[in-house]
Design a protein around this ligand. Structure first.
Ligand code: AP5
Ligand code: MG
Length: 188
């Protein structure tokens, strides 16, 4: 299974990626998690990414694309992977195509988790209380949702045109959403 997970901030990509990666025995690769680990570790990559993340903007493509290319080249992706949070704009999608072409493989599915703005905003504000993620403040959440609408949402049509889009309702209990995802992807 070689798949990307799409959906707005707070849709449950990270939550579901962990579960799906266990089920399918493939690594879940979250660009947001990699960036956050680098910020925490005070690496050069983290230093470059931090200002964009804190503003709710996309980290520049040249930085993100190089990071994903390196990650996909690691040994554990042989049986597949689940990309969470990449691609996030049409240029990244084209770049991903080129990475996969270089590896001699193709994408099997683009899995989109849908959720409305009110629900995702409520989830992220709740998470802010628990985890204190720097970008889970109201103004930054608003900005992230704008960036999603402008830059990322067009990928739905892009992957639909490829015939690999699977859309799943992200509302409801976490287990229910997992069951829906598994059913939709495995019966596609
Ligand atoms: P990233 O880390 O990808 O953040 P995001 O897309 O804003 O999404 P989240 O991680 O906030 O939400 P999620 O969909 O994973 O939901 P989650 O499972 O956590 O990106 C962060 C930043 O990094 C970007 O803004 C950008 O700066 C940079 N970046 C990353 N990728 C990039 C790229 N490709 N290009 C450029 N820049 C990039 O769930 C959210 C909350 O809801 C949790 O508290 C969870 O417990 C809860 N929850 C989950 N499911 C349910 C449910 N069914 N019911 C109730 N609550 C639920
Ligand atoms: Mg996430």
């Amino acid at each position: 299974m070689r798949a990307v997970l799409l959906g707005p901030p707070g849709a449950g990509k990270g939550t579901q990626a962990v579960r799906l990666s266990e089920r399918w025995s493939i690594p879940a690769i979250s660009t947001g998690d990699i960036f956050r680990a680098n910020v925490k570790g005070a690496t050069e990559l983290g230093r470059r990414a931090q200002e964009f993340m804190n503003a709710g903007a996309l980290v520049p493509d040249e930085i993100t694309n190089a990071m994903v290319r390196d990650r996909l080249a690691q040994d554990d992706t042989g049986e597949g992977f689940l990309l969470d949070g990449y691609p996030r704009n049409p240029d990244q999608a084209i770049e991903l195509d080129s990475m996969l072409a270089d590896m001699g493989i193709e994408l099997d599915a683009a899995i989109e988790i849908t959720a409305d703005m009110d629900e995702v905003t409520a989830r992220l504000l709740k998470r802010a209380e628990i985890e204190g993620r720097a970008d889970d403040t109201e103004p930054v959440i608003r900005k992230r949702l704008e960036v999603y609408a402008t830059s990322t949402a067009p990928l739905t049509a892009f992957y639909e045109g490829r015939g690999v889009l699977v859309q799943v309702d992200g509302l409801g209990a976490v287990d229910e959403v997992t069951d829906r995802l598994v059913a939709a992807v495995e019966n596609r």
